[in-house]
Design a protein. Structure first.
Lengths: 213, 87
């Protein structure tokens, strides 16, 4: 019987269950670096510029409203803190799902995948509730420049989370149909990278937008 | 170990929220929150995204994106005087 620590211990690349392709085989590269994974990292690097632009726009406009309530007048910090915690924990369940697949434990892999998707859906539900309550308080998308930049930034992040949930559910279905074998754990790892990125972006948004006045 | 990392992240998030309610002087409060966010960001990237164990090439691509975004947008914000309320 293995302990929780043993079951979830980090595994070095060589021990991750990756089959090292030989020259001529599918997936072989001269550098020894997976092209798919490299592509995801390049994409994530470019996403830093997208979110950097949206955060900067919010910082520029947050104090320029001439009428109507601004986001900082309406923030519910305890509520958003719980949402942030939920998204943070979804990163843990995501990595536990990957660790399970690398061990060949498909049942646990699927369980953690669904848990991650549910945590992501909880976060999105919180965001929908927050947006709805803001609109009821009189802060619509076009009320002022601060509200427009706030909704654009957090809305873009929400769309990223939704895309992540769709990818997680696709992986779940693939696993159910036996199309996600242990040897293909890199697919889950790449989707996991996207999910963790969405999480780290929220870490920045939560601090810069919500906590710093 | 992933559970320990998650626990650490939860504690740092809790510390951020406590700081929000303590209302320290802004010159201390803002940098402190910035440091805590950077610690959380780095922890997720290093352990959950496996940057600590994976090829350094991945790390360079990601860090390049962050540095590029940080530099470009800091210049933009400084140009528009975003940090002294004249934006």
């Amino acid at each position: 019987m293995s302990t929780v620590e043993e079951r979830t211990a980090p595994v070095e690349h060589e021990q991750l269950g990756h089959h090292e392709p030989k020259p001529g085989e599918h997936g072989w590269t001269q550098t020894g670096i997976s092209s798919e994974k490299l592509g995801m990292w390049v994409f994530l690097g470019s996403e830093c510029l997208l979110f950097g632009g949206l955060i900067s726009t919010y910082l520029l406009y947050k104090n320029t409203a001439v009428e109507g309530p601004t986001p900082k007048d309406l923030y519910d910090i305890p509520f958003t803190s719980v949402s942030s915690f939920v998204l943070l924990m979804s990163s843990m369940t995501m990595v536990l799902s990957l660790a399970a697949l690398q061990r060949g434990d498909h049942h646990r892999c699927r369980a953690w995948l669904v848990t991650t998707a549910l945590l992501g859906a909880t976060f999105i539900s919180g965001q929908v509730y927050e947006f709805t309550s803001f609109v009821k308080e009189g802060m619509g998308y076009t009320t002022n420049t601060a509200s427009s930049s706030f909704y654009t930034l957090t809305g873009f992040h929400g769309v990223h989370v939704c895309i992540g949930i769709l990818m997680l559910m696709s992986l779940f279905l693939m696993s159910l149909r036996g199309r996600l074998p242990q040897a293909k754990s890199e697919v889950l790892e790449i989707i996991g990278l996207y999910w963790h990125f969405v999480d780290v972006v929220w870490i920045v948004i939560f601090t810069v937008v919500y906590l710093i006045p | 170990m992933y559970l320990l990392v998650a626990l650490f992240l939860a504690i740092v998030t809790g510390a951020e929220v406590v700081l929000y309610y303590v209302r320290l002087d802004f010159r201390l409060y803002a940098p402190l929150l910035g440091v805590l966010a950077a610690v959380k960001f780095a922890t997720v990237a290093m352990f959950f995204m496996h940057l600590r164990f994976d090829s350094r090439v991945f790390r360079w691509f990601f860090v390049t994106g962050i540095i590029l975004a940080g530099t470009v947008y800091t210049i933009v914000l400084l140009t528009f005087h975003a940090f002294n309320g004249r934006a």
